[in-house]
Structure formats: C-alpha cells, structure tokens
Ligand binder design. Structure first.
Ligand code: ADP
Ligand code: ASP
Ligand code: MG
Length: 433
C-alpha cells in the first residue's frame, strides 16, 4: 500500500462538475488500495477575484486581513471536495492549514513554513479516510492565519508529502506536465519526461508557474519525488527528482536505457511578465553608492532580480544603475528611493513596467559553449532587442519589451530545436491568469 499526496490546482476544481470529476479520481486511487491525502486550491480564479475585490475596498489592504480573505477560497473547495468524495461512498474529511499542522512564520502574504505537524492528517488516514487539506495556508506562532505566496498549494502538498513520508507527491494541473515552454504560448512545446530539482528550480524561478518555486526547494531538501500531470487525462506527466535517470516505473524496459542518457543541453524556455525595471539615473560612480542604493531597496522589502550598472561617462563621473523587481514591490521601492534622493545623490528615477523576461535553462549548458551566441542570434533574426542579460551556470536570461516576449520565446524554442514533431500540446482548462 502506498501513501499518495495529490494536489489539485484551481483549474481542476473550477466548478461543481470539475469537483465531482476530481472526486472520482481520488475515490479510484483510494479504492485501488492507497492511502490518500489531497491538497486543493481555490476554485478557478477565486484568489485573483478576491484580490480584485479587496482592491475595490482599499488600494493597500492590510496583509493580515488579506490572508484571512484569500484563505477562504481554499475553504470553499476543500469542503465541497470532501462532500463529493463522501457521496461516492469513500469517507473523507477536510482540514484547514492550521488544523493540518502547517506552522509558518508571521510574514503575511509570503509566509515560510517553519514546521509541519500533521497529526490529524495521519490519524484520518489511519482510520481509512481521505484527508483533504486546504492549500496555500498555515498558521503563525501568534495564531494568525497566513498564506504561503501565490501558487503556494504546491508547497503545501510537497511539505505534507515530506512530513508524512509519502511515496509520491502528484501535482494535478491543466496541462500534461512540465513542457519545454508554456504551451499557452508555444503550442509546439514538448512534454519533458524527467527533470532534476536543479533544472526545475531554475525554470520555476524564471517564471514557469506550473510548479511553485518554494515547492521545488522543499522537494529537493526532503527528496520528495514530484509527479506533475494533468487531472484531465491519464497520461503520465513529468517526474521531478534528483537525477535524470529515475524512472516513474522502475520496471519499465526503457528505464535501463534512460539511465545511460546524459542530461539534455536545454530543459526549456521560461518567461516572466511579473517584473518591472527601475533605473537610477545619474549616480556618483564611487565606492559605496551601489551598497547604499541596494540597502534602501532591501529595506523597502523588494526582491530584486537582475542588476546592470553602466560604465560612467568620463566627463561627469556619473553612471546609471538599473534593476528588475516584481511589479508588486515597485511602489514601496520607488517611494523609499525618492525619499533619500539627496543622500543617494542621483538625478532621477525611471520606472518601466513594460518589460518581459525569458530564460533558457539546461544543466548541459555548463559544458556546451556557444549557447549564448545561438540565443542572441535567434533574437537578432527575429528582430528583437535585448535590454538586459544575466546568467547562471545553467541559465541565460534576457529582458525584452513585454510585447515582444511571446515572439522571443517562440524564436528561442525553435532555435534550440525544442519544437515537438508530434502535434500540439493540449491545454485542457484554465484562464492562464
Ligand atoms: P494550477 O491551477 O493547476 O495550479 P497553474 O496555472 O498554476 O495551474 O500552472 C499551470 C500553468 O502553467 C499551465 O496552464 C501553463 O500555462 C503554465 N506554464 C508555464 N510554463 C509552463 C511549462 N514550462 N510547462 C507547463 N506549463 C507551464
Ligand atoms: N489559490 C492560490 C493561488 O491562486 C494558491 C494556489 O492555487 O496554489 O495562488
Ligand atoms: Mg499553480
């Protein structure tokens, strides 16, 4: 008997019909002799709708209240799903994050898990019942409800799988697995059968929202095998583990052969529209300036990504520093920098929220020269201007105009021979929001 943790994303439970469909799948897994723990997201685009609603009340809602509001979405889906499973003759019980023992720090809106004590979940499973847990939420040491950041239900699922020592964590979504690019933008994207935690970390950090970054970090730390797959088909999805060689079915004849295979040069192309660019214009080019600017930026709570500093103009001794950060962190960062303009000595600030970022990710890049040249060449041929560049050992990222991003992703996908020969990727549901 295996212990399976299954997570169903919002698009898999968007209405009553979908909830009943998912319930059938869960009941079948239970009847096949497995212990089953389910993590569920809010129905459809509920979280976005609740955020919009709060925005109509006040431009800057208090984070604590926002967390209470947003966690209500998962309460709706967890209870309905428990009802649907019970209706099929399988006993099921739903639990909030707090009841499930997901303990977090007190940083509302992006709380981190500090402990997972799933006693009630274990008890429920031991009684032969299916435990349904509300994703994306926990409780702080002061007993306040917290959320784990957007996409946080993935993290709940992986954390419970680790805490319960589950055999596998299945992430059910609206596409057949992790693809070489977002199938909504690149219909010719190819499903990846296996990907390592490292590559998935880079893809997730670069914007491939099919799996939340923190969930991948958690899976790597606790060595939880994650199977990303569609709730709308029975197709085998993508296995995320420590090596390329792990087979989903270790007895499958292909496993031996696959073990011999080297890591592919490129895993995929990710894109991200959630960032903006701030340029600090006319900064004195002397030691300590960057340190002071980024102290101020950090103090504003911004999570910065890329940084570029230009060579200073010889006659003025002044330079420009640009950096990218999430849209959401921009207002507080601009305000903090503006407040210290005299001390920092810059001439002005420029804000640009019309940027897009694409990232080419692959472990094989380390040992293959010429990857950057090919990427830049493909963008040149597509007539797309590069505004910023950053690299890691297994990733190259470039910033473009936002309206050129989709074309850029498709051009790079083709340039690296990632296009599938066997038809278009299926997007089963979801609004892509
Ligand atoms: P869920 O509601 O199930 O959590 P998400 O919307 O969070 O689903 O994630 C699934 C979506 O991620 C897909 O519909 C797809 O548009 C997007 N996506 C982005 N990059 C990729 C990728 N490389 N592979 C698969 N899907 C991707
Ligand atoms: N409902 C939350 C969100 O939309 C959490 C999740 O779906 O993973 O971000
Ligand atoms: Mg998600």
């Amino acid at each position: 008997m295996a212990l399976v943790v299954q997570k169903y994303g919002g698009s898999s439970v968007s209405d009553a019909h979908s909830i009943k469909r998912v319930a059938k799948r869960i009941a079948a897994t239970k009847r096949a002799g497995n212990d089953v723990v389910v993590v569920v997201s809010a129905m459809g685009d509920t979280t976005d709708e609740l955020l919009d609603l709060a925005g109509q009340i006040t431009p800057l809602p208090p984070q604590r209240e926002l967390d209470i509001l947003l966690t209500s979405g998962e309460r709706i889906s967890m209870s309905l799903l428990a009802m649907a499973i019970t209706n099929l003759g399988v006993r099921a019980k739903s639990f909030t994050g707090q009841q499930a023992g997901l303990m977090t720090d007190a940083v509302h809106g992006r709380a981190r898990l500090v402990d997972v004590v799933p006693h009630r979940i274990r008890e429920t499973v031991e009684k032969g019942q299916v435990a349904i847990v509300a994703g994306f939420q926990g409780v702080s040491s002061t007993n306040d409800v917290t959320t784990l950041g957007r996409g946080g239900s993935d993290t709940t699922a992986v954390a419970l799988a680790a805490g319960l020592d589950a055999d596998v964590c299945e992430i059910y979504t609206d596409v057949d697995g992790v693809f070489t690019a977002d199938p909504r933008i690149v219909p010719s994207a190819r499903k990846i059968d296996r990907v390592t935690y490292e590559e998935m970390l880079e893809l997730a950090a670069s914007g491939a929202k099919v799996l939340a970054l923190r969930a991948v970090e958690y899976a790597r730390r606790y060595d939880v095998p994650v199977h990303v797959r569609s709730s709308f088909s029975s197709t085998t999805g993508t296995l995320v583990t420590g090596t390329h060689g792990d087979a989903i079915d270790p007895n499958a004849p292909a496993a031996e052969e696959e073990n011999q295979m080297e890591a592919p040069i490129i895993s995929g192309v990710a894109h991200d529209r959630s960032e903006a660019k701030i340029t600090v214009v006319g900064v004195p080019d002397k030691p300590g300036t960057a340190a002071r600017i980024f102290e101020v930026v950090a103090g504003a709570g911004a999570n910065i990504d890329m940084i570029v500093q230009n060579v200073s103009a010889a006659h003025t001794g002044l330079t420009d520093i640009s950096f990218t950060l999430p849209h959401a962190d921009s207002p507080s960062t601009l305000a903090a920098l503006n407040a210290l303009q005299d001390e920092l000595g810059f001439a002005s600030l420029q804000y640009d929220d019309q940027i897009g970022k694409l990232s080419l990710v692959g472990a094989g890049m380390k040992s293959h020269p010429g990857v950057s040249a090919r990427l830049f060449g493909a963008l040149r041929d597509a007539g797309i201007n590069i505004e910023m560049i950053s690299t890691s050992e297994i990733r190259i990222s470039v910033v473009t105009r936002e309206d050129a991003l989709d074309d850029a992703v498709r051009a790079i996908h083709t340039a690296f021979d990632l296009d599938s020969a066997d038809g278009e990727a299926v997007v089963y549901a979801g609004s892509g929001r």
